[in-house]
Ligand binder design. Structure first.
Ligand code: ARG
Length: 251
């Protein structure tokens, strides 16, 4: 009798082992996949924005592809742009991706991946504005999104008292239309979207600054950074990143 019980226990034990192994298979169900949290500010088309309740855009799609390569899934965590780096440093999110420019002052807190896109800071004015070039911005009121490079450059070059920071780039554009500011400094692709959506606005020819966009991970998290860089390399090599960009930015 004892022998039979021992035998049955052994069989049960082996069955449990097999079941366990089965769950660990990558082809198995979603329940055990790591959820990669991406901190972003989903008010920055075409990089991240909402279509109804759904997060879409270049960054969202690239991050989804990266998370898949890492064997996980992506969760978008929407927040103010100027909270993203803190959220990364406090490990509330796994990485920040938000058309974010690589800057030495940010590198004090986070490490950046290799760059996956180029951004150009440009100036939006009303079509009938007297501002025709960057030099004309002196003494004018400039609208920007809080915490962005546009905000930093404008404050450095024209004095903080002349710069108004808004939670969203779109709010700065509304302020421009309403006459609260004379110009908006913002990244070129969102600028194009805003000018297309709002009649009577134009983008100045002169580029303000050219920058690299990259993904931010917590300082010293080389394990995740290496994985992200490898995924980016593969997604670049197989054309995935170009295809995603082409879907959102018409040449
Ligand atoms: N490239 C600029 C920066 O890094 C602006 C990015 C704003 N991104 C956003 N999702 N709102 O400061």
């Amino acid at each position: 009798m004892k022998k039979i019980i021992v035998l049955l226990l052994c069989v049960a034990f082996i069955l449990v082992c097999f079941a366990g192994c089965g769950n660990a298979e990558p082809a198995g169900d979603n329940t055990e996949k790591k959820v990669y949290k991406m901190g972003t500010n989903a008010a920055f088309p075409p990089y991240e924005y909402k279509e109804g309740e759904k997060f879409v855009g270049i960054d969202v799609e690239i991050a989804t592809a990266i998370a898949e390569k890492l064997g996980g899934t992506l969760e978008v965590v929407d927040m103010n742009f100027d909270s993203i780096i803190t959220s990364v440093t406090q490990n509330e999110v796994d990485f920040g991706m938000a058309g974010m420019t690589v800057r030495p002052d940010r590198e004090e807190y986070v490490d950046f991946s290799s760059s996956y896109a180029t951004g150009v800071q440009c100036v939006i004015v009303k079509a009938d504005s007297s501002i025709a070039s960057i030099e004309d911005l002196a003494g004018k009121k400039i609208g920007t999104q809080l915490g962005t490079t546009g905000f930093m450059y404008a404050s450095d070059d024209y004095g903080e008292e002349n710069v108004i920071g808004y939670d969203k780039g779109a709010d700065a554009v509304i302020a421009l239309k309403g006459g609260d500011v004379d110009a908006v400094i913002i990244d070129n692709e969102p600028a194009k979207v805003y000018v297309e959506e709002n009649a009577g606005l134009t983008i100045l020819e002169t580029k303000y600054a050219i920058e690299d966009y990259a993904i931010a991970v917590n300082k010293g998290n080389t394990e995740l950074l290496d994985k992200i860089n490898k995924a980016l390399e593969e997604l670049t090599a197989d054309g995935t990143i170009d295809a995603i960009i082409a879907k959102y930015i018409k040449a």
